[in-house]
Design a protein around this ligand. Structure first.
Ligand code: ADP
Length: 640
């Protein structure tokens, strides 16, 4: 073949020239001549060589280079030129792939015939390789197309919420991948036990609409019952009905965790072209996508139903509900809460609370991190409305506030307090008169021992009633906030005065008192008389409810710009069921023994005073082991 490339490897330039100019070039071959192995190999690697002519002596007498070339470039024909004496070696090399050998004297015709044979062999090899490459490329292209189609369907399953659209794309892909004439996706209607056609390609609309296939005695039904795919060709006996006549067909089940939801099928009615077994696995992969899409749609529908129910409940309940995420963005404000805070913005979802609400107290509640939940407080709205709010933390959601309008109860409470205060006031004068006259009794004439004992009982009872009335009047005054006169004061002094005045009671009660009351604490803003009342009450209770030989610890400290005041005793403790109520008026715990007198008003007074000082109070207690009352009060701002 003219223009073919011949590589001539000869040690003597003269021999080379003779072959090149005398024989090969005149016959139309392109000839490259080299004299040593490295140059030869680099040429074969870098440019096309159709045939090699090698002189046997190049690269040594032992034929090493010849073996090397045959092993490294097995596709390039090699002709060896060498002395006749080595013919035995040449025969061995022929077995290793040598094309031919020539012995001097070289005859031009023999050389050309041999070279032509090499060139032809090279051409055949190249053409075979090209065909093979084309076949491989076509095969790979097909595989890539199939993978792309599967990938597209997979993406549409995750991206689209429209089930019909996804199922249609599954059927289209099944038809495309298998080269079928038509495709269908049948869904099992569990109530009727029939299969209906949910998606299809190349079926008539009317046929699709009316399609109903029982699962007994049908091919698709068998796939549903067994959960196994079916491949049908012209040779398979068609005992079972397909409801339409086909020549070849594949049906695979749509399965979710062993439950068969339906069947994906492709078929040929005209062509007899059989489907291949590998088509089953491809259609099965698509059926899996369809099953996932159906399951996703079912789960989504369930979630939507649950969400609508929840939304309906939250909208209808008579309590206000606000939900914000951990970043302070609004997730939900129900109807009642919208009315309470006068919101008519429908676009509030995921807006910051500061943008949605115009209520300082509420914004503060939702944005200033609280540590203990539930946190209860009252919010004041316009028109003297009072809302009882409960702040809660819900993991993975954020903060929720439920709100209840307590304006009516507040008003009721105010009227009741007013009534109690009026009645108490009116009772005080006659009681003072009774006490006065009882005291006079002994002065106006002799009384016997029995009469004296009765007089004393009357006096104790009247004093108890007077104390109760004083407490009630106190509470009324404190609640109304009329008598407040707050100044900057040292809480240490208040506590120490109180302890000083209770000294006799402490000695009488035979308890050990431990004090941790530092002098150099920051000042607070408060009413010293009322705060004395707080300390007196808590210490008085600790003394009353701690049996002889017990221990009381009083502690004051500063923590995070707050004063912490704690009274801790190892007395009778408070039963768990009573604990939430002990700050209510007239409430006494169930374990109080009868001979310990008390009105149940002390802690109600304490709590009201503490809250009037913007503080908080709570109790930790174990029945039979003791109690710890803790009060937190803010320190005065801007202190040096
Ligand atoms: P009371 O006049 O009954 O002491 P308080 O309002 O001061 O009324 O207290 C309410 C109730 O709380 C008490 O009756 C008692 O049951 C309980 N309590 C208060 N302090 C203590 C304490 N230190 N140890 C045990 N129980 C206590």
């Amino acid at each position: 073949m003219p223009n073919s490339n011949i590589l001539l490897i000869v040690s003597e330039e003269q021999t080379g020239d003779l072959l090149k100019r005398g024989v090969l070039q005149p016959a139309g071959y392109q000839v490259t001549q080299v004299g040593e192995p490295t140059a030869a190999k680099s040429i074969i690697r870098s440019s096309p060589v159709d045939c090699i002519i090698l002189e046997s002596g190049v690269g040594g007498e032992d034929f090493k280079f010849v073996y090397d070339l045959l092993a490294t470039f097995p596709a390039t024909p090699l002709i060896l030129i060498g002395p006749e004496k080595d013919t035995d070696q040449y025969v061995k090399l022929l077995r290793r792939g040598l094309l031919d050998f020539l012995t001097p004297p070289l005859k031009p015709d023999a050389v050309l015939e041999s070279v032509q044979q090499g060139v032809d062999q090279s051409a055949r090899l190249i053409s075979w390789a090209k065909d093979q490459y084309r076949r491989d490329t076509d095969f790979l292209r097909q595989r890539v197309n199939v993978l792309e189609t599967l990938g597209n369907v997979g993406r549409s399953v995750t991206a689209s919420l429209d089930l019909d659209e996804v199922l249609k794309s599954v059927v289209d892909a099944a038809v495309e991948i298998t080269g079928a004439e038509e495709g269908s996706l049948l869904i099992l209607d569990e109530s009727s036990g029939e299969l209906t056609m949910r998606a299809s390609l190349n079926f008539k609309d009317e046929f699709v609409k009316t399609f109903r296939l029982p699962i007994s005695d049908t091919l698709a039904g068998e796939v549903v019952r067994t959960g196994k795919p079916v491949l049908l060709d012209e040779k398979s006996p068609q005992k079972i009905k397909t409801s339409y006549l086909v020549k070849t067909l594949i049906y695979v089940p749509l399965k979710i965790q062993d439950k068969v939801l339906g069947v994906l099928g492709v078929d040929n009615r005209e062509s007899e072209r059989p489907f291949q077994p590998q088509h089953i696995s491809l259609v099965a992969a698509l059926a899996d996508y369809a099953a996932i899409a159906i399951e996703n749609a079912r789960l989504f529908e369930n979630t939507e139903i649950a969400r609508h129910k929840l939304e309906a409940i939250l909208t209808r309940i008579e309590d206000g509900v606000i939900v914000v995420d951990p970043d302070g963005k609004v997730i939900l404000v129900n109807r009642v809460a919208r009315t309470l805070f006068g919101i008519d913005d429908d676009e509030m979802f995921m807006k910051p609370v500061e943008e949605v609400f115009n209520h300082e107290q509420l914004i503060d509640l939702l944005t200033n991190g609280h540590e203990t939940f539930p946190f209860r407080c009252e919010l004041e709205l316009d028109e003297d409305k009072v809302i009882n709010a409960q702040l809660n933390f819900v993991p993975d959601v954020g903060l929720t506030i439920t709100m209840h309008d307590v304006t009516y109860f507040k008003e009721l409470d105010r009227i009741k307090s007013e009534f109690v205060s009026t009645v108490s006031h009116d009772l005080r004068s006659p009681l003072t008169a009774i006490l006065g006259y009882v005291e006079l009794l002994e002065r106006v004439g002799p009384v016997n021992d029995k009469q004296r004992s009765f007089i004393q009982r009357v006096q104790v009872s009247v004093r108890n009633i007077t104390e109760l009335i004083n407490d009630l009047l106190d509470l009324g005054r404190i609640e109304s906030g009329f008598d407040e006169s707050k100044v900057s004061l040292s809480i240490t002094n208040v506590v120490m005065y109180s302890i000083e005045s209770l000294k006799d009671r402490i000695l009488d009660s035979d308890v050990k008192l431990a004090l941790d009351v530092p002098k150099d604490l920051p000042q607070i803003i408060g009413d010293s008389v009322r705060l004395r009342q707080v300390v007196d009450n808590l210490l008085g209770n600790a003394l009353r409810y701690t049996p002889k030989g017990g221990k009381i610890e009083v502690e004051l400290r500063e923590e995070n710009e707050q004063i912490i005041f704690q009274v801790c005793d190892n007395g009778v403790g408070i039963p768990a069921a009573d604990r939430p109520h002990i700050f209510e008026k007239f409430y006494r715990a169930s374990n109080v023994v009868e001979n310990i007198s008390g009105s149940g008003l002390g802690l109600a007074i304490v709590k009201t005073i503490v809250e009037n000082h913007n503080g908080r109070i709570w109790v930790d207690s174990t029945e039979g082991e003791g109690s710890v009352f803790t009060i937190v009060l803010p320190i005065e701002k801007n202190q040096e």
